[in-house]
Design a protein around this ligand. Sequence first.
Ligand SMILES: [Mn+2]
Length: 493
Amino acid sequence: MGQENTNQSRRGLPKTPAFDKLMLSKWAKRGQFEFNHAKNPAWNQAVAARRATVYRNFHQMTSLLGTDQKFALVIPAGTPKTRANDLSYPFRPFSAFSYLTGLGQDYEPYAVLVLHDQDACTLYTPSPKDFSTPDFFRNPEFGSFWIGNRPTPADFENFCDIPSQDLSALRSSLATLPQEIVAISNIDQNLDQLLNQSGSYSLKNRSYERFLSETISEARLIKDDLEVAEIQKAIDFTKLGFENVLSHLKQILKNPHGERLAESKFHEIARTLGNWEGYDSIVGAGADATTLHWMRNSNPVPAKSLILMDAGVEVDSLYTADITRTFPVNGRFSPVQKQVYQLVLEAADAVFEVAQPGNKFSDLNQAAFAVIQRGLIDWGVLPAKPEPDRFRRWIVHGVSHHLGLDVHDCAQARAEMYYGATLLPGMCFTIEPGLYFKNEDLSIPQELRGIGVRIEDNVHLTETGNQNLSANIPRKLKDVENWVKSFLNPRRS
Ligand SMILES: [Mn+2]
C-alpha cells in the first residue's frame, strides 16, 4: 500500500527537490468528489441490514461449534489483477465486499470492511495522494496526477453511511481489536500480510473462514426488492443489447468475424448503459452453438443459421442479467430448427411450472429433463425405454443457478442450502434448458447435427409463484421470428 515506486528512474523523472517543487506547486484545490449516482439512503439501510444478518448468522454458526466468542469479520475489496508487467485488468471489487458495502463499479481497490458487531463496522479506504506529497505524480497507483480524483474516506463515509478511515490505520486497528479476527483471505495479499502479523488472527480462526464465506453466500440467496430492481434493470439493458445486435444483423452476416461483431454490439450497450457484461458473451452461430463455452466468437455467421447468444449486462451496482436467446438470422426457423427450439421451449415452460416456493431446487432440473427425454423418445433419437441418463449426452449442464452480484451467485453456499434446498420467495435464478447436437455426433440423425439451442430466462420467486423478469425479451418461436424480422425489415414492422 502506497508502495514505493521503483520505476521512477525508468520513467526518467528527475529526483531533485527542485523538480518536486515544480510538480507540487500552483494547483487549484479539487472540488468534492462526485459519485456517478446520487446517495441512496434506502439502499444504504438495506445494506446495513445485510451486514447485521451476516454478523448474526455467522455467530449462530460458530456457536453451533461450541464457541460463544464474538469475532471481528474482515472482508476485503481486493486488488487490481495484473495483466502484464505494470498493467492491470479493470478493477472489479470482490462481490462479498460489494454486497456488504453497497458499493459497485470500481470502488474501491485495497479497501477493507471490518464488522465489529451487528451494527458497528469500519470501512478502510486508501486516500488519493494529492499535491501535498510527491506521490501525487510519482505513484501511479494512488497519485491523483495518474488516477484522477478518487473518493476520500470522508467521501465514502458520507456516500455509504459507513464510518470510514484511511487505509493506513488498518494495521494498528487490526493489532488492537478487542476481538479475535475471522477474515476472507486470498483476495488481498496486503491484508493477508497484515493479518498474519496480527496476534488476533489464529489458526483456529482461519478454520472459521469457510463459515464466513458460506454465511455471506447464503444471505445472498434471498434478494430484497432493491436487489430485484437492480437485476430487472440489468435485464432491461440486456434486451437493448440483443436489439443492438439484431439491428446490425446485415453487417454481422457479411463480416468474417460476424460473431465478434455481435459480441461488440452487445458490449456497446453493456458499457454505455451498464458497468460491463456480467461474464464474457457467448456468440455461437450454427454449429458453434453446440460448444457450451464458445467465447472465442471468431467465426463468420452462416446464412440461414441460428445464433445462440448468451449475454448479460452488469449494472453499476454490479448485479447482472444472464440471458440466452437463440434466433434464426434470416427471421425464419427451418423445420428441423423449429423442432429443436420447440422442445427446448417446452422444457423451459415446464421449469416455470415448478418454480414455486415450497418446491425443491432439484425439481427444476427434473422438470426440464422429463420433457427433453420424452421429446427425444418421440423423435426416435432415444429408444422407448432408454437408460435413465442417456439424454444427458445432449444437455450436460443443469438448468438453473442463482443470479445476483455474480452470474453464478451464492456459489459458496452449502449444498443443502442450494441444490438441496427448498425454493423460497426472494430467490432469483435462471431457467435455461438447451439441446446441443454436435456436428461430429454419429449417434443422431444427420439432420440434427450442428444445431444448438438454449433459451435462458431470469426468474424471481414471489410469495405465490414466480415472475419471469425477462418476459419482455421474445422467447416463443413466432415472437422470436417476428422480433428478428422487425430488425431485418424495419419499415414493414
Ligand atoms: Mn446461466
